[in-house]
Design a protein around this ligand. Structure first.
Ligand SMILES: [Zn+2]
Ligand SMILES: [Zn+2]
Ligand SMILES: [Zn+2]
Ligand SMILES: [Zn+2]
Length: 567
């Protein structure tokens, strides 16, 4: 962050080497997206597809086994798909939910009449082949949270439902359907509670799933948990050590993207989930830095970019006149400037959202974004969410534009660097998006032969990946590969200069410190203090013995930070 921008909190993984905590959930119903339905198995969501359903000629499976175990879910959509090949995700999903709902209802009646509680405990409710397979839930689909009344008042939402239901009714088998009101009850629960299912490396959304137990957890814009998917299994993971995943009151994940500012986030949450967010982050005045502006007088007069909040009670110098004053130069911001800044934020949002419609050409797009950047860089600071999102939108374009490799690396690194404080703020704890950002920065530094910086970012990225996904996950392994590479080039450099370094202890210490995290620095400081104490004692002792006080080189190596000593 450039000097003068508002300071933003940075919190990382709390403890080094602590165990990742996670909890698994199985879906009540799930469905692939229209864009992925031809490329993934409809049962296990694996990436190979060898079989196509004979009847509908649409559904794909990786194996005969998956076709059999997925038969129950597919049964309800197969006929309709035979009649209409392009039934979309929402329509297929509703058919699957109705199917499960009808059978679970039937099962319940069946159980009440014929099966005793003991039978359920004995597992006799699993008689329908493939129906349960790991998919029990603590509650029934009708018990989960709903917003039927809000949705009924929402014309847009009702139009969406009507369209889905009409298609399902038109192409569906009557014996497999439910009445319109029950369908609406199920649809509204699905729309409020469903989760997106990502592919295994967490990079791409491939489907939607309704997880009856996972949706008990509430939203927070400052989540302390995250869920990711491995096939149909959703895994909720703690983002730091003090999270109790069993406690639904204190564990939160996010329903939305985290970079937007509070106004945008509240708008998104209200639109789909019908509530005004008052999570820890939304009620934190710090979050108002995300819509701050640069003081027009300070920036003109000095190098110092003083930023000023426009939102929140604390923004006003005078709460009656709603005056906003720079507390450095005491200039009152004029209305025109404020409107210009707000308009700038709106323009940036529209520019990003509409860019793909204007052009697909990366050079064109980059020019459009650069234009917006130049127009607002003297008004909006780097802590501004809109400005940062504009810069983030430019990153993938750099890779698609013709330039020399070095130019590309430098340009990409510069954009990553500019966003870094924002990324640290938005993804407060050990978050995969933060780790990906650092991984990319590490890779760029590595290619530019800045081994020290590469090692620093890759160590941080690896620590997060390892914590979240475990050392066997491919992202952890990939990051470790890059980290080891950076550390070994660094060590090679170090070894060849080891003599020089030994003769220049100051330089050696500086190099070591550059590679250390806060915790490690503190540990080293403490160790040094203790050593000094010990040495003082030893010196006193030695002086009295008349022996030499010169320290051996071996002693020094023992004090190298753990990461280097491991090499
Ligand atoms: Zn499969
Ligand atoms: Zn079929
Ligand atoms: Zn919030
Ligand atoms: Zn000022």
């Amino acid at each position: 962050m450039s000097s003068g921008d508002a300071p933003l909190d940075v919190v990382g993984v709390e403890k080094i080497g602590s165990k990742p905590k996670s909890k698994e959930f199985y879906p009540f119903a799930y469905s692939l997206l229209d864009s992925t339905k031809n490329h993934y198995c409809w049962t296990c969501l694996g990436e190979t597809v060898d079989l196509t359903c004979d009847k509908c000629k649409v559904a794909k499976f990786c194996s005969k086994q998956c076709q059999t175990s997925g038969a129950f879910d597919h049964k309800y959509e197969c006929g309709p798909l035979h009649n209409c090949k392009d039934l979309n995700t929402d329509e297929r999903m509703l058919l699957r939910i109705i199917g499960r709902y009808k059978v679970s209802k039937f099962l319940l009646i069946f159980l009440q009449q014929k099966v005793s509680v003991q039978d359920i405990l004995d597992g006799n409710d699993k008689k329908i082949d493939g129906f349960y397979t790991n998919r029990e839930s603590g509650r029934s689909v009708m018990q989960i949270w709903e917003h039927c009344a809000d949705m009924k008042k929402d014309e847009n939402a009702m139009n969406v439902f009507k369209k889905i239901y009409d298609r399902v009714k038109q192409y569906g088998d009557k014996t497999h359907l439910v009445d319109k009101d029950t369908a609406f009850q199920l649809h509204s629960r699905n729309f409020i509670n469903r989760h997106s299912i990502s592919n295994v490396d967490y990079l791409r959304e491939i489907g939607k799933g309704l997880y009856l137990d996972l949706c008990r957890y509430d939203h927070s814009c400052r989540p302390n948990a995250i869920y990711s998917c491995n096939g149909t299994v959703a895994k909720l993971r703690a983002l730091h050590d003090n999270v109790d995943l069993e406690n639904v009151e204190t564990t939160h994940y996010t329903y939305i993207e985290l970079p937007p500012c509070k106004i945008q986030r509240r708008h998104m949450l209200k639109e789909t989930w019908y509530f005004e967010c008052h999570c820890e982050r939304c009620d934190d005045p710090e979050d108002n830095w995300l819509t701050a502006v640069i003081c027009p007088v300070c920036i003109a007069k000095t190098e110092f970019r003083k930023t000023i909040k426009l939102h929140g009670q604390e923004a006003y110098f005078n709460s009656e006149t709603l005056e906003i004053v720079c507390d450095r130069c005491h200039t009152t911001l004029d209305r025109e400037y404020i409107f210009m800044a707000l308009d700038g934020m709106r323009t940036i949002r529209r520019t990003i959202e509409g860019a793909e419609d204007v052009s697909q050409d990366p050079v064109e797009l980059l020019k459009i974004f650069q234009g917006a950047l130049l127009s607002y860089e003297r008004i909006l600071p780097m802590s501004n969410a809109y400005f940062c999102q504009l810069i983030a939108a430019m990153i993938p374009l750099i890779a698609r534009v013709q330039m020399t490799k070095r130019e590309r690396l430098v340009a990409s690194l510069d954009l990553h660097f500019k966003c870094e404080p924002f990324v640290r703020y938005v993804y407060r704890y050990a978050h995969p998006s933060k780790a990906m950002h650092f991984l990319q920065m590490g890779q760029l530094h590595l290619e530019l032969h800045n081994d020290k910086d590469a090692a620093r970012y890759l160590i941080e990225a690896h620590r997060i990946m390892d914590y979240l996904f475990g050392s066997d996950h491919f992202l952890s392994k990939q990051t470790k590969g890059f980290m080891d590479h950076a550390l070994s080039s660094l060590m090679q450099f170090q070894r060849s200069f080891v003599n020089v370094l030994e003769k220049a202890p100051e330089a050696k210490k500086a190099l070591e410190e550059k590679l250390m995290t806060k915790d490690e620095k503190k540990a080293l400081k403490d160790a040094e203090k203790n050593k000094k104490k010990r040495n003082n004692k030893k010196n006193k002792k030695n002086a009295s013995n008349g022996a030499s006080t010169k320290q051996s080189v071996d002693d020094d190596l023992g004090d190298l930070p753990e990461l280097i000593a491991d090499m």
